[in-house]
Design a protein around this ligand. Structure first.
Ligand code: BEZ
Length: 202
């Protein structure tokens, strides 16, 4: 299998953490791929017409995207067991969606302030993305700490990847302020070998 990959992407990181947890990270070929909303860059659009990473090229079927499709596929084929059975599954999926929303808003902030041509940048638009992140962090802190402290699942992996990306690209925003439970949880989660092996890099 080939994974179109960028070491800064929190969505790629979710997939990589799953592969490390399953002990098969060395069985996947990583293809460096760049791109952003103004240019698909080196991500082959015949593999993913949206020009986005991650995308997983399989031997036995069409290329898979986006990260949630890839993680469901790998979880099933590798028997990684990071998606529990229902009804716990619904909580896992909501937490994963919440974390992916945090990561997506943070990536959009990055694009707005560093990729969009300077005269067209909107700090108000970027701030609105941050408000979305702030609401989602509060939801995790108020509603989901007990689930996050339970058996490892993809909800936790997605939250770990999203918080790691906030540290990487939005450190000055200090997401830990007002979220002490999440901060303590992340300190322990980030020490896992699979998280250490996948820390974001520029
Ligand atoms: C980043 O450099 O922040 C980035 C790179 C690829 C995907 C998402 C984010």
């Amino acid at each position: 299998m080939k994974l179109y990959h960028a070491p800064a992407s929190p969505f790629v990181r979710k997939v990589m953490v799953l592969l490390h947890q399953a002990g098969v990270a060395d069985r996947v070929t990583l293809i460096p791929a760049s791109g952003h909303p103004l240019d698909p860059g080196t991500m082959p659009v015949d593999r993913n017409p949206l020009g986005k990473i991650p995308a997983l090229e399989r031997e036995d079927g069409p290329t898979l995207y986006d990260s949630r499709v890839i993680t469901r596929y790998l979880d099933e084929t590798l028997h990684a067991r990071l998606y529990p059975a229902a009804p716990r599954l619904w909580d896992t999926l909501v937490i994963e969606a919440t974390a992916d929303g945090i990561a997506e808003a943070a990536v959009l902030m990055r694009y707005e302030m560093h990729v969009r041509p300077e005269p067209a940048r909107s700090p108000a638009w970027a701030e609105a993305q941050w408000q979305k992140i702030a609401r989602a962090l509060t939801a995790l802190e108020q509603r989901w700490m007990s689930h996050l402290s339970g058996p490892l699942d993809m909800g936790q992996v997605a939250v770990g990847a999203a918080l790691g990306y906030l540290d990487f690209r939005q450190a000055e925003r200090d997401w830990r302020a007002g979220h002490p439970g999440l901060a303590a949880w992340y300190a322990a989660f980030a020490a896992r070998p699979a998280m250490q092996a996948t820390a974001p890099k520029a």
